[in-house]
Design a protein around this ligand. Structure first.
Ligand code: FCB
Length: 467
C-alpha cells in the first residue's frame, strides 16, 4: 500500500480529472440571438405535446449571457475541467452555408473564459442540435450532411484548436439515432427503424472522417467519441432471456462500440435488422474505425432484460423483442426506469477496457435527477444524489485499480437544465436553478463534489454508508 494514502479514504490517482458536463441546447438559451439558426430541437420543442411540461430551450439557464458568472462558480468550486458542447446552428445557421461569426465568437469567449480561470475545456461538437435545414434535406442518412459536419468540425477546430485540446466528435449516437428516429421521443421525432440505422451510420461515418481533420487543425489534440453504455444482464438463465439481453446489448452497446473499435457491425444484429440494416459504402467501416485517443463513457444505469413474449414488433422499442424487468429491491432514479447500480459502471469500464482496448477512457457523464427543493434554510439537501455520486466515483476508482485506464469523471450536470423531452421537470445539477429568476443555489451534493475534487478523493464511508 502506498503510505501516502489516507486511512479509510478513497484516494484517486494523481491528476484524476473531476469535471462537470452540460450541452448547448440544455443551458444556453438565446435560441434565435446573434444569428443562430434553427435546430431540430428548436423545432421539436415548439410543436405541441412533445415536451412534458410544454417548455423549450429558448431561455433555459440563459448561459449564453451568464456564462462568465457560471464559470466563476465553477472555478470557485475547484472544478478544473468542463465538458460543454458547441451548437452547430449557432456557428453555421443552416448547417452547410454561411458561417455566423458571432456564433464562433461566443465559443471563443467561453473557451477563453475557461482558460482564464484554470478550467480545461473538453468540447463536444455534436450534442443533438442538428441544424433544422439539414434534417429537412435528409439528415444524417445523406452523405451531404456527413460532409457538412466535417466542414463544421474543421471550422471550429481551426478557430479554437490552439486552446481546446480535448475534442469529442459526437455525444451518444444511440440516443440521437434511436430515440430521435425510432421511438420519436426526441427531435426530430421520426419513427422508422431504417431511418434510425441510417442516422447512426451517418453519425459514425462523420466521426471517423472528422478525427484526422480535428487533429490537423488542433496540434496535439486528443480526439474521441462519447457513447452511452449500459450494463445488461438477463432476467433469468432461460435461453430466450439470455438471447434478449444479448440483443439489447447488441442494439445499445455493441452496435456503436464494434464499428469504432473493430471496424464492423455485430453479425447477430445485422441478421436481426435484416433489410433495415444501413447501406455501407466500400470504405465506410475502415473510416469509422480510424484510431482515436480516448472513449467517453456516459453511464447512468444497469438493465435487467427479459424476452418479450409479444415477439418482435415493427415499431418503437418492440423491434428488439426485449423488455426491461425491475427487481423491487433495487433503488431507481426519478428518471425513466433508471436503476441506481454503480457496480454496472465498474463492469462497463472493465468490459470496454478488455474487449475494445480504447486508448483510455473518461466517464463523460454520470448523475441522477431528483425532485430537489430549496429548504427554508436555503439548502438543497440532496443526500441521495451525494451517495449516488460517491458510489459511482468509487466504482470508477475500483475499475482504475483493476486495470481500466480511466482518467476522469464528468458529473452530469453542472447545473439543472432543460432535460430534452422532460423539459424542466428533471433536475440533474450539482447547482439548483430557479428558472424564473436564474438564481443558482449550490446543492449539498455539489458542495461534496467540490470537496472531493479539491481532495482528489473522499472518505470511504461516503460511498458505503447504508443510506
Ligand atoms: C444523456 C444526455 C444528456 C442528459 C443526460 C441526463 O443521455 O447526453 O444530455 O440528457 O442523459
Amino acid at each position: 500500500m502506498n503510505m501516502a494514502q489516507r486511512k479509510d479514504f478513497l484516494d484517486f490517482p494523481p491528476g484524476f480529472i473531476w469535471g462537470t458536463a452540460t450541452a448547448a441546447y440544455q443551458i444556453e438559451g438565446a435560441a434565435a440571438e446573434d444569428g443562430k439558426g434553427e435546430s431540430v430541437w428548436d423545432r421539436f420543442a415548439a410543436a405541441p405535446g412533445k415536451i412534458a411540461d410544454g417548455s423549450d430551450g429558448r431561455v433555459a439557464c440563459d448561459h449564453y449571457h451568464r456564462y462568465a458568472a457560471d464559470l466563476d462558480m465553477m472555478k470557485d468550486l475547484g472544478l478544473r475541467a468542463y465538458r460543454f458542447s458547441i451548437s452547430w446552428p449557432r456557428v453555421i445557421p443552416d448547417g452547410r452555408g454561411a458561417v455566423n461569426p458571432k456564433g464562433l465568437d461566443f465559443y471563443e469567449r467561453l473557451v477563453d473564459g475557461m482558460l482564464a480561470r484554470g478550467i480545461r475545456p473538453f468540447a463536444t461538437l455534436f450534442h443533438w442540435d442538428l441544424p433544422q435545414a439539414l434534417h429537412e434535406a435528409g439528415g444524417w442518412a445523406r452523405r451531404a450532411t456527413v460532409d457538412a459536419y466535417v466542414r463544421y468540425a474543421d471550422l471550429v477546430a481551426r478557430r479554437l484548436g490552439d486552446r481546446v485540446k480535448d475534442w469529442m466528435t459526437h455525444n451518444e449516437p444511440w440516443v440521437f439515432a434511436f430515440v430521435g428516429h425510432l421511438f420519436g421521443d426526441h427531435a426530430p421525432g421520426v419513427r422508422d427503424l431504417r431511418m434510425a440505422l441510417a442516422t447512426a451510420h451517418g453519425l459514425l461515418l462523420s466521426h471517423g472522417l472528422a478525427v484526422p481533420v480535428i487533429r490537423a487543425a488542433s496540434a496535439g489534440a486528443r480526439v474521441g467519441i462519447v457513447h452511452n453504455l449500459e450494463w445488461v444482464e438477463p432476467a433469468s438463465p432461460k435461453e430466450e432471456d439470455v438471447a434478449a439481453a444479448r440483443r439489447h446489448d447488441g442494439a445499445f452497446n455493441r452496435w456503436f462500440l464494434d464499428p469504432v473499435f473493430r471496424g464492423s457491425y455485430p453479425e447477430d444484429m445485422l441478421a436481426w435488422y435484416g433489410a433495415d440494416a444501413p447501406v455501407v459504402g466500400a470504405d465506410d467501416m475502415k473510416i469509422i474505425a480510424t484510431p482515436t485517443d480516448f472513449l467517453g463513457v456516459n453511464y447512468y444505469t444497469r438493465r435487467i432484460i427479459a424476452s418479450d413474449p409479444a415477439g418482435r414488433g415493427t415499431s418503437g422499442r418492440s423491434v428488439f423483442a426485449a423488455r426491461q424487468v425491475h427487481w423491487p429491491f433495487v433503488p431507481r432514479a426519478d428518471f425513466e426506469e433508471w436503476e441506481m447500480a454503480p457496480e454496472g459502471l465498474y463492469r462497463v469500464l472493465l468490459r470496454v477496457a478488455r474487449e475494445y482496448r480504447p486508448g483510455f477512457m473518461y466517464v463523460t457523464e454520470n448523475g441522477t435527477s431528483l425532485p430537489d427543493t430549496v429548504g427554508p434554510d436555503g439548502a438543497v439537501r440532496d443526500t441521495v444524489r451525494l451517495r449516488y455520486i460517491a458510489r459511482h466515483t468509487a466504482a470508477v476508482l475500483q475499475a482504475a485499480g483493476d486495470g481500466a485506464d480511466v482518467r476522469g469523471y464528468f458529473l452530469w450536470s453542472f447545473m439543472d437544465n432543460f432535460e430534452w423531452g422532460f423539459g424542466f421537470t428533471k433536475r440533474f445539477g450539482m447547482i439548483w436553478v430557479d428558472y424564473a429568476t436564474q438564481r443558482r443555489v449550490l446543492k449539498d451534493s455539489g458542495r461534496w463534489y467540490s470537496q472531493a475534487a479539491r481532495d482528489n478523493g473522499f472518505p470511504a464511508r461516503d460511498a458505503n454508508a447504508p443510506s
